[in-house]
Design a protein around this ligand. Structure first.
Ligand SMILES: C[S@@+](CC[C@H](N)C(=O)[O-])C[C@H]1O[C@@H](n2cnc3c(N)ncnc32)[C@H](O)[C@@H]1O
Length: 217
């Protein structure tokens, strides 16, 4: 598949996540066909799963929290780690962030973010290099929605959130619905939402999406 944007457009419909209806995204209408399409027609397993085609419960919770508390990001430089569809980055931009970087290593996700940002009238910087081992310089607020499902990515992402949190005046927030690698310590709960989910994707009709402040390591 040479044209990720065409693949995104051809396998999604524009929809609004239930907890964040302010935001429009190119999303999968059914789970299984898209998962199969990425496995079979896209280079047989060499392509990551289409995380970008779903608004994950942790991302929806964090996006809701930002739209309801715009003062947390307004006027600040924001980094969204593991951006997927871009839902959290778009929420930060809508909340008035001065600049938002959506960090995402999957080129299909980057294409989805590039399509989703203008749908919502916002501009994002999309960074496809892996930033997780970087120093904390530059960003005032670091965000991550639903990134605690896989190691070692989860630990590396949380470590970056903690490095940013350690700088004076900085804030790091994580949205998570109880994934396997959610840290047990060093988090303060800020908000909790019931996020409608599909049985096909999450094996249940709702998950509790929790927004945590991430404390320095
Ligand atoms: C479950 S998705 C969450 C997407 C979105 N934040 C949400 O909540 O809907 C996690 C995303 O992290 C991305 N990811 C994995 N490793 C990464 C890395 N090293 N840097 C940036 N993104 C990464 C994956 O490609 C995937 O799109």
């Amino acid at each position: 598949m040479r044209d990720p944007a065409a693949f995104v457009r051809g396998n999604t419909a524009v929809a609004r996540p239930p907890l964040v209806p302010e935001i429009a995204l190119h999303l999968a209408t059914e789970v299984t066909p898209l998962w199969q399409a990425t496995e079979t027609s896209l280079a047989r397993g060499a392509v990551p799963p289409p995380f970008w085609a779903f608004a994950w419960a942790g991302g929806q919770a964090l996006a809701r929290y930002l739209l309801d508390h715009p003062e947390l990001v307004a006027g600040r430089e924001v980094l969204d780690i593991g951006s997927g569809s871009g839902i959290v980055a778009i929420a930060a931009a809508l909340a008035g962030a001065a600049a938002v970087t959506a960090a995402e290593i999957d080129p299909f996700a980057a294409a989805a973010i590039a399509l989703n940002a203008p749908l919502n009238g916002v501009a994002l910087k999309i960074e496809t290099r892996d930033l997780l081992d970087r120093t904390a310089a530059g960003w005032g607020v670091a965000l991550a929605g639903d990134i605690c499902y896989e190691e070692p990515m989860s630990s590396r992402a949380v470590a970056l959130l903690r490095r940013i949190a350690a700088r004076t005046g900085r804030l790091a927030l994580l949205g998570d619905p109880g994934r396997a690698y959610l840290p047990r310590e060093g988090l303060i709960e800020r908000a909790r939402y019931l996020v409608p989910t599909s049985r096909e994707l999450e094996d249940r009709e709702g998950r509790e999406g929790v927004v945590f402040e991430v404390l320095p390591g």
